[in-house]
Design a protein around this ligand. Structure first.
Ligand code: UDP
Length: 407
């Protein structure tokens, strides 16, 4: 099949670089690769955000990345991209209607991509599949009180309309299904297809980052935003004496001293009396990240909400037991008492207790890690994800052909 993936702000080409990337970048890159592996012809459309970008790039993984001229050719924060989505959609429609490549299906990632894709899909007769990645309603509810919701006004209304208009909506967790049904998306149009983890990069064997053998190591990985709960991990540290905590994510290391959030984390570690045991590493390339997971005794994932949560899966794939918060995708991937421990979000006390107990119990850590690896292999491979999505794509494009035949 010809598959178009639309990811307006998150280019798969950013994965592997040193800048800050998020789960959507990884997801789109890995999914495109896996779909190529299933024999599909895949193009990823992302916004041109620099003059240096060529019109299209063929990646070594076998898919093509097309740079869409929509808005200025410079980085614009995601929350300011809405005014350019009309232009994005018109450009796509023109390409798909009049160009040499018309997709059988278009899969939009994030609501803004959804707007452009829906516009183009309707005009070019291409069925639309949508993955939200995050939802405005959840973000509004869970965002820290100190961090205002920067989403454009009207986001939730657009998300509702998109969910009702798309041919299929892909949810990444059970929690997201509930949220989408509450939003008004028909249950019949929802399919649960969790993302995967890169088992070539994230596996138990491979290089291990240096560590002090006498001191247990906790790792937590996430962008430096309040909802990732990094501050809760630091607050939990006094309950975990002896251990060191490695915090990965945020800007690259050299920019950490100037970063407001990193400074707040440092000040918090000081005030909790754990500054000598908390190391902020900044953003790491994924290859290096794998060696840090492997060097750790426990991975802590403490978000307040998490649509999917790749880092917990990556840790599990490296054979590291997880203590996670009982939210979103983490509540699905971590099976309480079998592959890890779950605690309520925003509860440093519960987190500290769970981590201390797990660090004190070598046998349980081993059992969790072994069961987690099994779970990853059986349920969270990109191949499995690509196979499930291929079925969805086939179903919506067949339904589309029937509809046009009837009309
Ligand atoms: N990541 C990375 N380097 C870092 C921190 C994170 O490459 O320093 C990657 C990580 O491997 C994962 C993604 O960024 O693939 C984060 O995804 P997640 O779903 O955990 O969070 P999101 O950023 O989507 O909220």
């Amino acid at each position: 099949m010809r598959i178009a993936m639309i990811s307006e702000h998150a280019s798969p080409l950013a994965v592997g670089g040193v800048g800050e990337i998020g789960g959507q970048h990884t997801h789109v890159a890995e999914l495109a690769t896996a779909l190529v592996g299933e024999g599909h012809d895949v193009r990823v459309y992302t916004r041109r955000d620099s003059d240096a970008q060529p019109d299209s790039v063929s990646t070594p993984d076998g898919y093509q990345v097309c740079h869409v001229p929509a808005g200025p050719a410079l980085r614009v924060p995601r929350d300011e991209l809405l005014p350019h989505m009309g232009e994005f959609g018109r450009w796509l429609a023109g390409q798909w209607r009049d160009g040499e490549w018309t997709p059988d299906v278009a899969h939009a990632h994030f609501w803004l991509s959804g707007l452009a894709t829906m516009h183009a899909g309707r005009r070019a007769g291409v069925p639309v599949v949508l993955t939200y990645h995050t939802l405005g309603s959840t973000k509004r509810r869970q965002q820290g009180t100190g961090a205002p919701d920067t989403s454009p006004p009207g986001r939730i209304g657009y998300e509702r309309a998109l969910g009702r208009g798309a041919d299929r909506v892909i949810a990444q967790s059970q929690e997201e299904i509930g949220e989408l049904v509450r939003l008004g998306v028909p249950r019949s149009r929802l399919t649960l297809v969790p993302g995967g983890v890169n088992e070539r990069l994230f596996r138990p064997d491979g290089p291990v980052a240096p560590r002090d053998p006498a001191r247990p190591r906790i790792i937590t990985v996430g962008r430096m935003v309040e909802r990732k709960g990094l501050q809760d991990v630091i607050r939990a540290m006094p309950a975990v004496p002896e251990a060191e905590c490695v915090v990965v994510g945020g800007p690259p290391a050299e920019l950490l001293p100037a970063d407001g959030f990193a400074r707040r984390l440092r000040a918090l570690a000081e005030s909790c009396g754990v500054a000598d045991r908390v190391k902020l590493l900044g953003a790491l390339p994924r290859e290096e990240l794998a060696s840090w997971y492997r060097s750790s005794d426990v991975l802590v994932a403490a978000p307040w909400y998490e649509p999917f949560g790749l880092t917990a899966l990556e840790g599990m794939a490296c054979g590291v037991p997880v203590v996670g918060t009982n939210v979103g995708g983490i509540a699905d991937t971590v099976v309480e008492g079998l592959t890890g421990d779950l605690v309520p979000p925003r509860d440093p006390r519960a987190l500290g207790t769970a981590v201390r107990r797990l660090l004190a119990d070598r046998v349980r850590r081993f059992a969790y890690a072994t069961a987690a690896l099994d779970r990853i292999r059986n349920r969270y491979s990109w191949k499995r994800c690509a196979e499930q999505l291929s079925m969805v794509y086939a179903a919506v494009s067949t339904a589309g052909r029937h509809a046009s035949a009837v009309a």
